[in-house]
Design a protein around this ligand. Structure first.
Ligand code: ADP
Length: 285
């Protein structure tokens, strides 16, 4: 049983094995710090520590729900949970990715990144999402702000704060209002309906962000105007740096009907082919 294994796997972590360092940023629930964790075997691991400012019972439950989901995930392109400290002050301890958020990294490194590298990021995020697709998990917040850069050739999908398990053929009906409208599929905006197919739409928007060097999708619109545009057939334009082969995949991810969109496993194969062709071109132009 997966739950039992994950409990055993994470029970070892103690607060006094962690040295807290500087503030990395402000999370939704509280500050995020860097730090060093000494594992029971004596290894020193650089970590990111998420803290929770207001730790009343219901806030604490919401805060820890992200870690609960992450306990069951094990993938090279997903942020790795190290452990959780469940007594006050509550901490979620994750592996540290020193290059930070992909969005900021794209802005800083825009003149050093080749098209093949940008496609590689898409392939890696897609691989993580194909893995979630196999677990019937919807992420619901796929965007470059939620992808961390582990090394120049490796990115990790993070921020499972909005993720949910869904039963097959089921969907998650969201109640919260803190939703990323400009990234969302029409059925998510209209009916708060979230499925793997709506994650595919969001992944398309995330690829658009990657090739736009982290511009905000629909920055020229108010949130309230987005759904009318989508319903009249308007879609994000092809970013200058985006290869036409990739843009044609994006238009399929943005099919109005959820059933018209490809799956993540299909996208992974198609993106992999495009990546290989681009690498060959860059190596022998
Ligand atoms: P929340 O999801 O609660 O809003 P975030 O995940 O956005 O919090 O984290 C806040 C800040 O901490 C962000 O700037 C993010 O880049 C940084 N951060 C979070 N996790 C890590 C990590 N594992 N490695 C490096 N930086 C991280």
């Amino acid at each position: 049983d997966g739950t039992a294994t994950s409990t055993e796997k994470y029970e070892g972590i103690c607060r006094h094995d962690i040295v807290v360092g500087n503030i990395l940023g402000e999370g939704f629930f509280g500050e995020v710090h860097d730090g060093i964790y000494t594992s029971p075997t004596g290894d020193k691991i650089c970590v990111a520590i998420k803290t929770c400012k207001d730790c009343s019972a219901d806030v604490k439950e919401k805060f820890l729900s992200e870690a609960d989901l992450m306990k069951n995930l094990d993938h090279p392109n997903i942020v790795r949970l190290i452990g959780v400290i469940e007594v006050d002050p509550v901490w979620i301890v994750m592996e540290l990715y020193e290059h930070g958020e992909l969005g900021n990294y794209l802005v800083k490194q825009q003149y050093n990144l080749t098209t093949a590298t940008l496609i590689l990021y898409c392939v890696q995020i897609c691989k993580a999402l194909a893995y979630l697709e196999g677990l019937n998990m919807v992420h619901r917040d796929i965007a470059v702000r939620n992808v961390l850069v582990a090394s120049p050739k490796c990115v990790k999908l993070g921020d499972f704060g909005l993720s949910r398990y869904i039963d097959e053929q089921e969907y998650y009906k969201a109640s919260v209002s803190r939703l990323p409208i400009k990234w969302m599929a029409p059925e998510s905006i209209n009916f708060r309906r979230f499925t793997t197919a709506s994650d595919v739409w969001m992944f398309g928007v995330c690829i658009w962000e990657i090739f736009s060097m982290a511009q905000q999708p629909f920055f020229w619109l108010e949130n309230g105007q987005v759904i009318n545009q989508l319903e009249s057939g308007v879609r994000l334009h092809k970013p200058q740096l985006c290869p036409p082969t990739i843009y044609s995949l994006l238009t399929r991810c943005w099919a109005y009907e959820p059933h018209g969109r490809p799956s993540f496993s299909q996208l992974f194969c198609l993106l992999g082919d495009i990546h290989r062709m681009e690498l060959e071109q860059e190596q022998c132009p």
